[in-house]
Design a binder for this molecule. Structure first.
Ligand SMILES: Cc1cc2nc3c(=O)[nH]c(=O)nc-3n(C[C@H](O)[C@H](O)[C@H](O)COP(=O)(O)O)c2cc1C
Length: 184
């Protein structure tokens, strides 16, 4: 792979839910994506990535747990109802958490490493023909989600990634040109 090939892949990755709704993503493919996440840089090698897959009925369970949590947190009935079913929109939903560190700095660095790993997941998914969509854990639902996922209670949910086989490729919008200050 050269720089142009990599640029093509990076440009092709888009936040998208245009997927074949009823065609499951094989678990070994999801496992391969999780494995690639762990090749992201990680200060002090704390291995902070935590993964849980919701597919099949697990997606409704994830939605119920999140809906109940945001309801208890005071969200509107409309948002609660939407949360209950929204994880059914793709055949697989991958929850990615970040383990707490032994200091505030290490916890922050762990989250950076997890975010870097998530980009590996998204790029690898794109390369494999999967559409992906990084969504945040709804406010107030972190702890219930971590518990459902079997993570330690101090885990931060960094992403809830919708995954499925891509149907139509998403258009790539232009990005602002980067500014590079040179320190002389
Ligand atoms: C940390 C993070 C959290 C995100 N959370 C959400 C979310 O909760 N809902 C959503 O619609 N998109 C979410 N996104 C996706 C962004 O909206 C998306 O990346 C952005 O619109 C740019 O589109 P692109 O990824 O196709 O380039 C999130 C992205 C990041 C990096």
């Amino acid at each position: 792979m050269n720089l142009d090939d990599f640029a093509e892949l990076a440009h092709a990755r888009r936040t998208s839910m245009a997927v074949q709704k009823d065609v499951a993503v094989p678990r070994d493919v999801v496992m391969a994506l999780c494995d690639l996440a762990q090749f992201a840089p990680n200060h002090k090698r704390t291995w902070p990535w935590r993964f849980a897959l919701a597919d099949g009925d697990g997606r409704a369970r994830l939605g119920d747990v999140i809906a109940d949590a945001i309801e208890a947190h005071g969200d509107t009935p409309e948002k609660v109802a939407k949360a209950r079913t929204k994880y059914l929109r793709t055949p697989s939903v991958l929850v990615v958490g970040s383990a707490a560190g032994d200091t505030e700095l290490r916890t922050a660095e762990n989250r950076d490493a997890v975010a870097a790993g998530i980009q590996n997941i998204l790029l690898a998914a794109t390369a494999h023909g999967l559409a992906s969509y990084w969504s945040s854990c709804p406010k107030g639902a972190n702890d219930a989600t971590a518990q459902l996922c079997g993570f330690d209670s101090d885990t931060t949910i960094v992403a809830i990634i919708y995954l499925g086989w891509a149907t139509t490729p998403a258009a790539v919008p232009a990005r602002p040109a980067p500014t590079l200050n040179v320190i002389e």
